[in-house]
Design a protein around this ligand. Structure first.
Ligand code: GYE
Length: 379
């Protein structure tokens, strides 16, 4: 108790000191933002003072660029890889001042972070939005301040597209369609009747593009093929919530044979819950196994494919740092950039029962996971 009071006092003192140091006001979240940004801000002052002529961005564009990046959180392995990609791209060695803010999956924290970036007069704001809606006001503020906003990963849904300069990320609905088409082809190849597929969907963060697209891809296929969708509930893209949701689904239904997890971490949690309940995870639905499907294809996710716990893993690429840098460099050079840019992604499966899937007339090859495939993975 005493320990707790002392640490609370210390934390409060730190917050107060930080707020005083930054001349800003707000909640503890703002203080966290300030704390994350504090060293960068100091570095920024140093860099500006020193001129830092030798850095890469300097030699390219003649000035050190300050980038404010509002990250969703640290909910998944995908997110960690994404943060790492941004931090290593916008590093001091590369000549950038990166002000990084982790919003802990809360939109209000992202809005606070963006307002701080505006106050600090950053050169660019990069936003990985937690959900699609609710950005009009703060993005208008950025626009009024003349700061270009680049959206990365998930999309924003705004009434006026001029509120952001460019977006780069994945086609999440296509990801869902690929996964669903694979399931249809796999079930057909194994002689499984569509009406005997009893699916649960552990959804991502509700309102996030990655959730909206992946859920839609599944739901459209449920309507098209006549599968049973028993339930769709959010697992918030985390392992803990994925496990909790799976445990409760197992209490409600005794006939689940496909678990469609909207990311790898949810799949890890779901597998733990399934195994704890005495189920065997795997692709042999006809003999009582429960098939786990996932998205992201992180190293850990593909490792679970190799060990046959995850049957299909649809890729989502997190390495957006260099892509955002390309956009910024083009803008700095006065070039026009694509308003929206989708990245190419693969599909990874446990075996070659389905060699490719077709969505909207385009064919996508399915890669069978081997140790080599995993070793070549950067994240
Ligand atoms: O699939 C998940 C992460 O928005 C694509 O967010 C991203 C998703 C990714 O938490 O693991």
């Amino acid at each position: 108790m005493k320990k707790k009071m002392i640490s609370t006092f210390l934390a409060f003192s730190m917050v107060t000191a930080l707020l005083a140091g930054c001349g800003s006001s707000g909640s503890a979240t703002t203080a966290t933002t300030a704390a994350n940004g504090a060293s960068t801000t100091a570095a920024q002052a140093d860099t500006t003072a020193a001129g830092a002529e030798s850095t890469k961005a300097d030699s390219d564009s003649g000035k050190t660029l300050t980038i404010g990046f509002s990250q969703v959180g640290a909910e998944s392995d995908w997110r960690t890889a994404n943060t790492e990609s941004m931090k290593s791209t916008f590093s001091a060695e590369n000549g950038y001042n990166l002000i990084f803010d982790d919003a802990q999956q809360k939109q209000e924290n992202q809005i606070t972070a963006i307002r701080n970036f505006i106050q600090q007069e950053v050169d660019y704001i990069v936003l990985a939005p937690v959900t699609e809606t609710g950005w009009d006001t703060v993005l208008q503020e950025a626009k009024d301040a003349g700061i270009p906003v680049i959206i990365v990963d998930r999309m924003v849904n705004v009434s006026d597209d001029s509120l952001y300069t460019a977006w780069v990320g994945s086609d999440f609905e296509l990801e869902g369609q690929k996964a669903a088409e694979w399931l249809n082809s796999f079930a057909t190849a194994k002689g499984i009747d569509p009406s005997s597929l009893n699916i649960v969907d552990i959804q991502g963060t509700i309102g996030a593009s990655a959730q909206i697209g992946r859920t839609k891809g599944l739901q459209d296929a449920v309507d098209k093929y006549g599968w049973n969708l028993l339930e769709a509930t959010t697992g918030e893209f985390t392992q803990a919530k994925g496990q909790e949701v799976m445990e409760s689904m197992l209490k409600s239904y005794d006939n689940i044979n496909v678990v469609y997890c909207e990311n790898d971490n949810e799949a890890f949690g779901a597998i733990d819950a399934l195994e704890a309940a005495g189920k065997t995870v795997g692709s042999d639905i006809a003999n009582g196994q429960v098939m786990v499907m996932s998205f992201d294809s992180t190293k850990a996710g593909l490792t679970d494919v190799l060990s046959q716990k995850i049957t299909l893993n649809t890729e989502c690429n997190p390495l957006h740092g260099p892509r955002v840098e390309d956009i910024i460099k083009a803008l700095e050079a006065g070039q026009t950039v694509d308003k929206k840019k989708y990245v190419d992604e693969s599909i990874f499966a446990v075996d070659d029962t389905v060699k490719s899937v077709t969505v909207d007339g385009n064919s996508y090859d399915v890669t069978v996971v081997t140790q080599d495939v995993i070793d070549q993975r950067a994240y």
